[in-house]
Design a protein around this ligand. Sequence first.
Ligand SMILES: [Mn+2]
Length: 373
Amino acid sequence: MRLLHTADWHLGKVLKGIDRTPEVAGALKALLEIVKTERVDLVLVSGDLFDRPQPSAEAEAHAVEFFLRLRELGVPALVIAGNHDPKERLEALSPLFAGVGATVRGRPLFREEGGVVEVKGLRAALLPFVSERILVKRVFQEEEERHRSYAEAMRRILDNLQSPLILAHFALEGARPGGGEFFFHLAGSYAVPPSALPLSARYLALGHIHRQQQASEAPVAWYPGSLIQLDFGEGEGAERGALLVELPPSGPPRVHPIRERWGKPLRTLRLAPEELDGRLEELRGFPGYLKVVVEGRLSPPVKERLFRALPGLLEVQHFGGEEPLPAPTQGPPSLVEAYRAYLKAKGREEEGLLARFGEVLEEVDREALAPDA
Ligand SMILES: [Mn+2]
């Protein structure tokens, strides 16, 4: 059986005001060509089809188009939701997708509930992203304990779903992220230890990390990587694309990485202020998107001139900046202050409630600041 394994499309992604959807759509067209020319039997989509819970209509249209074309080719698909996906919506639309041969799971189900399906005689487990918060944060208090309990809970779920093929959306411990090498350690993100992967699986089709890589050898687990470079923070040289997986009746799978540079290139340049003028002509011709980090002072007029000169420029950062900070003003109250005032007005000044509110705010901050995977 020949499988095409893809993940992390992020349809609807907007980078500094630029909608990347057309670039992702271009990559999806290329995927359909591969399905055709490589005589693929089954397509696996391991989560993050969309970039956010309320994707644009255009983003949805491209996803629908992809599965309709697949049906024309007579190729079924297995699809799971990632952390970025509108999971409830995918779940709601799953009967409709089933009509065109795509089995879609928005939320995790145990084996007994339908977490394992059979397609073309192959048994496959479908494990969409499981919210770490739901899994552990409510129950365990200590950070370390939470990480341990997350790993243990995921081990039990995977154990329950044992199948020759497993689709899942999570970070596997030891996998290399797209941006910095130490991100999992630093960000304190949740990760599944390789020992939690069931050895009975012949192939684990993972999604979540945007750099293409083999994440485990026994059992064999791969990330196909994202279709396009989604962010400046993701390594410019990081492998991405898709995976062609040959699954013989017995024996190990043969994985053929398809490394592509779909979408426009993103480049981050570090320049000294005096280098700027000399590089403008060359940078004007750059076909993708640019971020310029100026190592020094930069006056607002020069910054403005940069944006005008370089149509692909999306972001300028500089150090030792020229622009004075705006004078502190009597701004709106902080959220905590506002909540305190609200509680007071309601006659419910409970410190416990306020403390919990602060914790939730911190949680939101942490999630918002965590590198995008
Ligand atoms: Mn992703």
